[in-house]
Design a protein around this ligand. Structure first.
Ligand code: MTE
Ligand code: MO
Length: 369
């Protein structure tokens, strides 16, 4: 782990996080965020599609009070024909359904030392849903993107203050990514209207990118001719070494795998207990950079190749399994995935100031009886 030296903030850049990272106990503010934004229980890794109530949720501000009847989507900026669309009009456009694994870029943050102060995720800020809606490229095609356009900015209806900056939640995408055929303006999740917490009535879903890109409660789309400098783009979601480091922007999801913890948990500690004998270890693996090409399962430090199933789509997680005959005693299980770019999950986590992009191997200690 990299040792960090902290200086008091002197820069005029707004703080990307809620204060300097800490090695102290969890704060009341972190608990408050953890009670609003929930993760996916690891046992839900059994399902291809995460039932909506079990999919993780991350909302920076408040869930807006959306009225679908009066809601409109505005598409403007550097386009030939600005558009104003009602939900009813959008639903008449050609629709696609895309299975997508979303993961919050801050997943794993609370396991870092020192711990960046923000939403204190453990391991499970992930979920997979089938998103149905209109391809973004179709609507941008209708609007006619001008040649000088560089990015597309997506703004949600939710507002708040972060890093001392009053804002509406907004993020941008380079034109190239915005024109991908699988980027969707979704009005359905798993075949039903979006639940309020997942962006009702309309959200963006960008397969392969960390969750911050998929703007919920979408109200406007602006095609811009210079890079967007909003807080969630320019301050938050950057790989930074220190508070003053401009850093590099966070984009695609790094290779990761998780395991369904076998056996039964102790209520308070979540430590696992299972009977000796054959057990099928299972979990999921995903990457936004390329297809998952392999998963190895570590049993007391020895790595064995797991069986992979075909994922539901290029950016949906794939199931892995490995049969194990458990001997009585204490054991350490782990899983480590590789993707088509050759990226492998690290054994130890590199630290960064915002606690972003964590993908260290998942370890599960079990007591076999
Ligand atoms: N409008 C808006 N969109 C948003 C957010 C938000 O706070 N407001 N949070 C983002 C983040 S950080 C993540 S990880 C995903 C979470 O999507 P989910 O809650 O549907 O899982 O939504 C993204 N879109
Ligand atoms: Mo996130």
């Amino acid at each position: 782990m990299t040792k960090q030296i902290y200086r008091l903030r002197q820069s005029t850049r707004p703080a990307p996080t809620a204060g300097e990272p800490t090695s102290g106990p969890l704060t009341a503010e972190e608990l408050q965020l953890a009670a609003r934004n929930h993760s996916m229980p690891l046992e839900a890794l059994r399902q291809d599609v995460t039932p909506p109530g079990l999919h993780y949720v991350l909302t920076h501000f408040d869930i807006p009070d959306a009225d679908a009847a009066s809601w409109h989507l505005l598409i403007g900026g550097a386009v030939e024909r600005a558009q104003e669309l009602s939900l009813a009009a959008l639903k008449k456009d050609p629709a696609i359904t895309v299975p997508v694994t979303l993961e919050c870029a801050g997943n794993g943050r609370s396991l870092l030392t020192p711990r960046p102060l923000s939403q204190p995720w453990v391991l499970e800020a992930v979920g997979t849903a089938e998103w149905t809606g209109v391809p973004l490229a179709y609507l941008l095609g209708k609007a006619g993107v001008l040649a000088e356009a560089v990015e597309v900015v997506f703004t949600g209806a939710d507002a708040g203050i972060q890093g001392g900056v009053r804002q509406r939640y907004a993020r941008s995408l380079p034109i190239r990514e915005a024109m991908r055929p699988d980027v969707v303006l979704a009005y359905q999740m798993n075949g039903n209207d979006l639940p309020p917490q997942h962006g009702y009535p309309l959200r963006l879903v960008v397969p392969g990118w960390y969750g911050m890109t998929s703007v919920k409660w979408l109200e406007s789309i602006d095609v811009v001719t210079s890079p967007f400098m909003g807080f969630q783009q320019h301050m938050a979601y950057r790989y930074q070494d220190t508070a003053d480091d401009v850093g590099t922007p966070v984009s695609r999801i790094r290779i990761r795998s998780l395991m369904v913890p076998p056996g039964i948990p102790d209520f308070f500690t979540r430590k696992r207990v299972l009977p000796h004998g054959p057990v099928m270890l299972q979990g999921r693996a995903w990457s936004g950079e390329g297809a998952v090409t392999g998963v190895e399962v570590g049993i007391d430090g020895k790595w064995l190749r797991a069986q992979l199933e075909k994922p539901a789509g290029p950016f949906a997680w794939c199931k892995w399994t490995l049969p194990w005959v458990a001997d009585p005693g204490e054991h350490e299980l782990a899983c480590r995935a590789t993707d088509a770019t050759g990226a492998v999950q690290p054994l130890e986590q590199n630290w960064n100031y915002q606690g972003i992009g964590n993908n260290m191997v998942h370890r599960v200690s079990v007591t076999v009886e």
